[in-house]
Design a protein around this ligand. Structure first.
Ligand code: GDG
Length: 464
C-alpha cells in the first residue's frame, strides 16, 4: 500500500488521547503505511525571516512527524490575516466580518510556497498526499509547480459558500483554480459540492465530464461529499472511563432537581452562541415552568483571541448571559452557567450524558462534531435530545434531531420546549436512528472512503 502523507495547518500527535477522533483515525492509517504528517509546529519565531522556517522531523513509532516553525510576519499574514480574517468568515457567509488586505494574500501564498518547498524533498513518487482545510488550498498547485506527480487529495472541513458570496473574495479565481491541481476535492456535504459545481461552471466554464468530475485549466478534478464522522467506539470508551463517570455522577448530583441543557463550542461567531442564548431567554419567557428548573451549561472554549471579531463575540456573550442571569436568576438558581474555558476531553462524555438536551445551533458549520459526540455519549434507555441547526452540515445526515432555524428565536424556543417534554419512547426512537447513522458513517468510514476514492482518481491533464 502506498505511503500516506497528511498535511494540515496544525500537527497533532496521534499518540495522545487528547488529540480527538480525527487524529486517531488519520493516525491509524499513517501507522499502517509508515506515513508522514506534515504541518506547522505551533511555534512563531518573532524575528524570523518571512518565507523561511525551521523544519524538525521526529519519529513517533512508525509515523514521521515533520513540524515547521513560522516567522511572526508570516503567521500574522497567513494564519491570522488571510486564513482566519478572510477565508473563515467568507466561507461561513460572513462577508461583513472579512478584512481583505493585499499583504495578507501575499503571506498566504508565501507560507503555502514554504510548505511546498519543505515538503517536496520528503515526498516519494508513489505517495498518497492528503491535504486538509482552507489554510492550504494552494499547496497542491505549489507542489505541482515543483514537479510533484504524486496523487494529491484535498478535504475542506468548513462550508463552501455559493458563487455570489465566494466571488466577493478578491483573487477568488486564483484560489478556486488552485483546486484543479488536486486529483480529488472533498466537501462535508452535497450542498457544498453543489456550490463548487455552480462556481466552476459559471466562473471557470468547467464542464462536468463524468459523475462528479470537472475539467478546466487543462486538468480534470474529481469532487465529492465525504461527511466526516467521529470515532464512536473511542468516544464511548472514553465515556466508560473513571473521569467521565465521575463527571456524570457529580453533575447529576448537583442538578438532581433540574434539567440540564448543554452547549459545547469553540467561542466562534459561526456557532450561533448569542442566538442560542436569546432562544433560551425566550424559552424562560414563554414557558415559565422552566424557571428554577432548567439550566443551560454553555462551554465556550477560547479560540483565535488575537482576531478582532472574536473579542466582539466574547463581549456580546458575556453581556447577554449576565443580563439573563440578572433578570431571571434567583438565590437558588441561575439560568445560565457560562464557562469560558476548555474542559478536559475526558470529561466531555460524562457531561453530555448528564444533560437532557444539547443545543447545537451554528449559523453555519461544515459538519459539527459536537452533535455526533452528544448522541454517542447518551444512555440508550434514557437518552437526551439533540436540537440541531439546519445550517450545520450534520443536519443533512441527522434528520431525527429536532431541526431548528437559529435566526428564529421564537421557533427555536418552542423546539427546545418540545425537546424538554419529549416522551421517553420518542427519545429512544430518535436516538436509535441517529446512533445507527453515526456508527455507520464514523471517522474510519470517512477516512477509508476518501482515501479509496483518491487512490482510484487520477486527474489527467487534457490532451492537445
Ligand atoms: C471544523 C469545522 C467540522 C469544543 N470545546 C471543547 C472541546 N471541543 C471539541 C468538541 C469537538 C471539537 O472540539 C469541535 O468540533 P466542531 O466540529 O464542532 O467544530 P470546529 O472546531 O469548528 O471544526 C466543523 C470539523 O472541523 C471537522 O471536520 O465538523 O464544521 O468548523 O470535538 O468536543 N473539547 C474539549 N474541551 C472543550 O472545551 N476537550
Amino acid at each position: 500500500m502506498s505511503r500516506l502523507v497528511v498535511v494540515s495547518n496544525r500537527l497533532a500527535d496521534p499518540r495522545k488521547p487528547a488529540a480527538g477522533g480525527l487524529a486517531v483515525a488519520l493516525g491509524e492509517t499513517l501507522k499502517k503505511t509508515g506515513g508522514l504528517w506534515f504541518g506547522w509546529s505551533g511555534k512563531v519565531v518573532e524575528d524570523g525571516t518571512p518565507g523561511e522556517g525551521e523544519l524538525r522531523v521526529n519519529q513517533a513509532g512508525s509515523v514521521t512527524l515533520a513540524e515547521l516553525d513560522l516567522s511572526q510576519e508570516d503567521h500574522d499574514a497567513y494564519y491570522r490575516g488571510y486564513a482566519n480574517g478572510v477565508l473563515w468568515p467568507v466561507f461561513h457567509y460572513r462577508l461583513d466580518l472579512a478584512h481583505f488586505e493585499a499583504g495578507h494574500l501575499g503571506g498566504y501564498r508565501r507560507v503555502n510556497q514554504l510548505f511546498a518547498r519543505k515538503l517536496f524533498p520528503l515526498l516519494k513518487r508513489d505517495d498518497i498526499v492528503w491535504i486538509h482545510d482552507y489554510h492550504l488550498i494552494p499547496l497542491a498547485a505549489e507542489l505541482r509547480a515543483m514537479g510533484c506527480e504524486a496523487r494529491i487529495g484535498f478535504f475542506l472541513h468548513i462550508p463552501l459558500p455559493p458563487p455570489p458570496i465566494l466571488t466577493a473574495i478578491p483573487s477568488h479565481e486564483w484560489l478556486m483554480r488552485a483546486l484543479f491541481a488536486y486529483d480529488l476535492v472533498g466537501f462535508q456535504n452535497h450542498a457544498d459540492l453543489q456550490h463548487f459545481a455552480q462556481y466552476v461552471q459559471a466562473e471557470a466554464t468547467a464542464e462536468p465530464v463524468g459523475p462528479n468530475q470537472f475539467r478546466a485549466f487543462n486538468r480534470t478534478v474529481h469532487a465529492n461529499a465525504f461527511p466526516i464522522g467521529i470515532d464512536v467506539a473511542e468516544f464511548q470508551r472514553l465515556g466508560q472511563a473513571k473521569e467521565a463517570r465521575d463527571t456524570y455522577e457529580s453533575t447529576k448530583a448537583e442538578y438532581s432537581r433540574r434539567r440540564l441543557l448543554i452547549g459545547v463550542d469553540r467561542l466562534d461567531y459561526s456557532k450561533g452562541l448569542p442566538q442560542r442564548i436569546r432562544a433560551f431567554r425566550e424559552l424562560l419567557r414563554l414557558y415559565p415552568e422552566n424557571r428554577h428548573s432548567a439550566t443551560l451549561l454553555q462551554i465556550a472554549s477560547p479560540s483565535r483571541e488575537d482576531v478582532e471579531a472574536y473579542g466582539d463575540i466574547q463581549r456580546e456573550l458575556e453581556s447577554l448571559c449576565g443580563s439573563i442571569n440578572g433578570d431571571f436568576g434567583d438565590f437558588d438558581w441561575m439560568p445560565i452557567r457560562y464557562i469560558h474555558r476548555t474542559v478536559a476531553r475526558r470529561r466531555l462524555p460524562g457531561l453530555y450524558r448528564a444533560c437532557a438536551v444539547a443545543l447545537v445551533t451554528p449559523l453555519r458549520d461544515g459538519m459539527n462534531l459536537v452533535a455526533k459526540e452528544f448522541v454517542a455519549a447518551q444512555d440508550e434507555d434514557d437518552p437526551g435530545v439533540l436540537v440541531l441547526s439546519r445550517f450545520a452540515g450534520a443536519a443533512e445526515q441527522m434528520k431525527q434531531a429536532l431541526i431548528i432555524n437559529p435566526y428564529d428565536t421564537h421557533g427555536a424556543a418552542q423546539m427546545i420546549q418540545q425537546a424538554l417534554q419529549m416522551s421517553q419512547s420518542e427519545r429512544r426512537e430518535r436516538h436509535a436512528a441517529l446512533m445507527e447513522n453515526i456508527r455507520q458513517f464514523d471517522v474510519h468510514w470517512w477516512c477509508r472512503e476518501f482515501l479509496d476514492t483518491l487512490r482510484s482518481s487520477r486527474a489527467a491533464p487534457v490532451e492537445g
